[in-house]
Design a protein around this ligand. Sequence first.
Ligand code: PLP
Length: 480
Amino acid sequence: MDSTEFRKRGVEMVEYICNYLETLGERRVTPSVEPGYLRHLLPSEAPQEPEDWDQIMVDVEDKIMPGVTHWQHPRFHAYFPAGNSFPSILGDMLGDGIGCIGFSWAASPACTELETIVLDWLGKAIGLPDHFLALKEGSTGGGVIQTSASECVLVTMLAARAQALKRLKAQHPFVEEGHLLSKLMAYCSKEAHSCVEKAAMICFVKLRILEPDENASLRGQTICEAMEEDELQGLVPFFVSTTLGTTGSCAFDNLPEIGKELKKFPCVWLHVDAAYAGNSFICPELKPLLKGIEYADSFNTNPNKWLLTNFDCSTLWVRDRIRLTSALVVDPLYLKHGYSDAAIDYRHWGVPLSRRFRSLKLWFVLRSYGISGLQHYIRHHIKLAKRFEELVLKDKRFEICNQVKLGLVCFRLKGSDKLNEKLLSAINESGKLHMVPASVNERYIIRFCAVAQNATGEDIDYAWDTIVDFANELLEKEQH
Ligand code: PLP
């Protein structure tokens, strides 16, 4: 494809995307296909000769789209939002066009510097303390874009592990490193995302999963008692991962309490995972949810969830960048450059070497919406969630199962888990709505999340009417 054809096809693609997004509501939310559906529609080998573009696009509509789950659909209410907006798409497109691989400052100075600046912008807007900002006088911290929240948790755990091992080696110079590693203990709540468990597996450390309170919030005393118990057993607490806005029910661990308790364990790294909820802290009225952040060593949130930014864009800030990078630095000659000492090289802040120009899309989003536009978007979703909560509360056959602080409502039919499983499965099979379940306090609940950028009150009412229709049918069947 030459640039003349790219111009033509680019215009057509923009047209296709606009049509797709504008008419999304007419499609089923979830596809009606079985595993392997695409294998039967596509050849088993790549074409030997070039194919016609128009034919490829016909196949997009006829073969790919029938298997797509439409995350931007106004009646998609599963998981958390998948950030998406035109400025973000265009920012990504420009990044792809530039096509640089900005692993070091020298590999593309603007790629590195824009990331640092934009992360400071967002960190300030969220209300992070100054020590998390890279360009603040005297700060040792800074922000970086990772691919996912899972990676943020992994790299902070790796950094905490390196720091703990260094300390233990200094205390016990003749003890084998493997033995020291076997003593390290990380902590999180049962409500933490499974990525903490995965990070512990990769780091080869023990993880103690603690019981939260009745509001799904991990408390300071629980952590403190667990650590004291473990220390008595000869184990070494080194990392705590807390969550602000849990995946299951958007609950908040008690960060002020946990932070205060951790003062008794000054070598323990405190991480805050706010993958979804963290974005909302750009609204002044929601900043109280960030209370306790002054105790944290690191914090992550995903603009690619709830800040109109396309995947991938997971932002991580650390209090001390040297403690992060010292766990991840490898420095072969071919990657060194003349400014290694003076500039940030983001290859030392994460696992991959190659990095896309991801800050461009976030920069486009922050500039074209402005903080006020993004605040408006967050508040709109919260309003939709509140509207849904009110509808649920009016029907005495249902109950609300979480404190609705942001865009997630957890609810269930009063009755057995089995009954709620049946309800959700019938709704999802219809393709009219899409929601997913979670288990909170050992109970099966249905999660309803405000997701689509331009979802309206009518979309919420439609969703509720649909749920009620299915519930009526199910309850009637159950009576006979
Ligand atoms: N942490 C929390 C609180 C989440 O809700 C999620 C996903 O929903 C994750 C981590 C994992 O996010 P990612 O897919 O970016 O790894």
